[in-house]
Design a protein around this ligand. Structure first.
Ligand code: PEP
Ligand code: MG
Length: 318
């Protein structure tokens, strides 16, 4: 029989027993933000600002930047928008920030690390984000990509404060950040786990290489254990714990989204097209059942076993 079409996402991510898990969208520009709002996204969990300025030889001007950010904020009045500062390097080179001759770009000067090599670009971006936020009704949070240490998180929080930005956070996409999440969350207000890079760096497998797909699978128990370590680190440091979201592709896989909710992740951000499927499955399980699924997945001995165990435990999943 043909599969029934999923109902559109109604704008509230929740388990069957009413545990709220806000479902947000990953976007790259104002147009994407409008589409995400139309799809019911509860906000933006990841604005990839480097997507606004790909192929630029020069740093975009203050005016260009504020216009690009404002276009996104305007699509989400009253809602949360998490702006990620420029994540240049490796799979996303920006000529004004990255060195094309690096021998090993994924492990090189990328993301937040470009601040040392090109002082000023990050400060100017934060000022542009602050200026755009001032005119907007959206609730603007800002985070740095590729943070590896609590010292980096502290430095970033200082730059945000200097720019007048109130809610600084960092991405957790390097194993060292997951393992020191407690110390990092002493310095910043939230963390957002980037499972694409976290998987790449945990498994030491290039996310762009098809032949390594078995390794670059976020169901790998080692990756799930690091996600758990991040949530546990947050819980050990503050009560109530500071928010920990997920904004990598893992959040777009409905069964894995249930596992993430069960691990205690507070919000899930994904490609807007994935919202209906994730919302629909999440609504079929209680928080208890999601926690059971998380235990099964984290203790499995392979990605395949994790998937099989969770699927067997979620009877409504085909
Ligand atoms: C990630 O690494 O999971 C992430 C969300 O960031 P990006 O895919 O842009 O590197
Ligand atoms: Mg990343």
């Amino acid at each position: 029989a043909a599969r029934e079409a999923l109902p559109a996402f109604d704008g509230t991510g929740t388990t069957a027993d009413g545990h709220l898990v806000p479902l947000l969208a990953n976007v790259g520009d104002g147009e994407g933000a409008l589409a995400a709002a139309a799809a019911g996204a509860e906000g933006v969990g990841l604005l990839r600002t480097e997507f606004c300025f790909l192929n630029r030889e020069q740093e975009p001007s203050f005016e260009e930047q504020t216009a690009a950010y404002q276009a996104v904020f305007a699509a989400f009045p009253g809602k949360k928008v998490v702006v990620r500062t420029l994540d240049a390097g490796a799979d996303k080179p920006l000529p004004f920030l990255t060195d094309a001759t690096e021998p090993n770009p994924a492990l090189g000067v990328r993301g937040y690390r470009t601040d040392k090599a090109h002082p000023g670009v990050l400060e100017r971006q934060l000022q542009a984000i602050a200026a755009a936020a001032e005119q907007a009704e959206a609730e603007v949070w800002v985070m740095a990509p590729m943070v590896s240490t609590a010292a980096e998180a502290r430095h970033f929080a200082g730059l945000c404060e200097a720019a007048g930005l109130k809610t600084p956070g960092v991405m957790v996409e390097v194993p060292s950040a997951a393992l020191t999440a407690g110390a990092i969350l002493e310095a910043v207000d939230f963390a957002s786990i980037g499972t694409n890079d976290l998987t790449q760096y945990t498994m030491a497998a290039d996310r762009q290489l098809g032949p390594l797909a078995e390794l670059t699978d976020p169901w790998q128990p080692a990756v799930l254990q690091l996600i758990k370590a991040t949530v546990d680190g947050a819980a050990a440091t503050h009560q109530p714990p500071k928010p920990v979201g997920v904004c990598g592709e893992a959040a777009a896989d409905p069964a894995l989204a249930v596992v993430l909710a069960g691990l205690g992740v507070n919000s899930l951000s994904m490609n807007a097209r994935a919202l209906p499927g994730v919302a629909a499955l999440l609504r079929t399980v209680t928080l208890d059942q999601a926690q059971d699924a998380a235990r099964l997945a984290v203790t499995a001995d392979s990605a395949e076993a994790a998937k099989a165990k969770v699927r067997a435990n979620l009877p409504l999943l085909e």
